[in-house]
Every structure is written in structure tokens, then in C-alpha cells.
Write a protein of this length. Sequence first.
Length: 78
Amino acid sequence: MTVKDCVKTMLSKRGWSQRKLAEELGYSGQGSIGKTLLRNDGMGMTVETLIKWADAMEFQIIIQSEDEEMILDGESEG
């Protein structure tokens, strides 16, 4: 799954458009969302941006192995 696929799924589950996400993030328009997702299916997006977008839609980014789970929230544990 690409970042673009994930973002589209999150948007769909919330019933949001790219425009709504842009409004929630304080962006001037939907173009900021669309352009980011068009570049290499969003795979070049910074982790910081992905965390910010997911947080705005009330999702978490989880890194998981068979026996461990970590929530990626951009905050230091230390």
C-alpha cells in the first residue's frame, strides 16, 4: 500500500475530501494535499507530514512486528 492509498482510505473513512483535510490543517487550498499525493504516490512525503495529516483525521501510525507495537507520534520518549 502506498502513502497515497493510506491517505485516501483515511479520508474515505472520515467522509472527508482533500479540501476538508486542507481546511483542518490550515492550508490555503486542496492543492497542497493533491500535489503531495501525486508525487510518487505520496511516498516522498516526510514522516512529519504524514503524522500531522493522520493526527488531523484522528488516526495513528503504528509500526508493528509480531510481538511489538510502537505508535509513531513524532514525540521523543526520552
